[in-house]
Design a protein around this ligand. Sequence first.
Ligand SMILES: [Zn+2]
Ligand SMILES: [Zn+2]
Length: 347
Amino acid sequence: MPSQAVSAVVIHKAHDVRCEPYVMQWNEDEEVLLKVERGGICGSDIHYYLHGRAGMSVLKTPMILGHELIGVIEQAPQHSGLYPGQRVAVNPSRACNVCALCLAGKQNLCRSMRFMGSAQFHPHVNGGFAQYIALNPQQCVPCQSDADSKKLVFAEPLAVCIHAIRQAGDLVGKRVLVTGAGPIGCLAIAAALASGAADVFATDISERCRSLALQMGATSASDPRDEEQFQRWSENGGYFDVCFEASGAVAAVTSVVNFTRPGGTIVQLGMGSASVDYPIGSLLVKEITLKGSFRFTEEFTTAVKWLEQQRIDPSPLLSAEVHMEDVTRAFEMASDKERYAKIQILF
Ligand SMILES: [Zn+2]
Ligand SMILES: [Zn+2]
């Protein structure tokens, strides 16, 4: 098996991320060798950086971060349909493809999913923040050669949002609320509009995030602490047909139940660690459908297409590009949600 010394972004523990040498190996008969161009820092990467864990996945040994990636193929196995020089977006999912969930098309729920840059299993699954990475051919989604890689690297978070919209069902003509206007909330706003929603409202406690929500097409963006707004949206059983809860904040999780009309749907998209005193009475008497939404399946390819066709323009969400050598600065910026949205790393 060939091996190659590369530089990679490795998280050692909370607040300790380094750009350091790493010897990668790849199986040239089965795997694609990809030269990584750029990667987006995701919320889960930030969690590993700040807390040494993301949700229930706790970092035990050093791990290469990163799962939002775009690159150019250096070498591809024969008969893979891929060729050197081809630009691809990386689907970070590696489901087992044999379990009952995978066979039912729910690969995102696969219990053996080896998602890139995740400490869920030990040994951890390395991510793709490195100069070169090895991938299964199925993980490579070809893009137009002149496609804008700054935009295409949003394919992964956009896929998360398109999956959430699928969870909600038909949005045509619907009145939608998105709580939390970070990168995921903002992409959910744009994806809901692209899916036919009539109006998409947003809430966020940060003024900067509210302004991004408006740039991504929200009809209005308000502070969730606005009591009058709370009253208006709660009247007559609730104002919204569909709510996407993208903050994970306790106050948002409990208030969207009031804002959703009888028979409406709530999709939980934000990952929160806190437990919630939940208003089950309202959920019950209004027959609200509450659905979780986790990662994505074939929505990844849809996301690449939507970005190529400029059906969605994620550009307002890109706050800065930082070279991998400066990775600590990149993570400090990405953690400062008051000032920055998406930070991209260049390799
Ligand atoms: Zn992500
Ligand atoms: Zn499976």
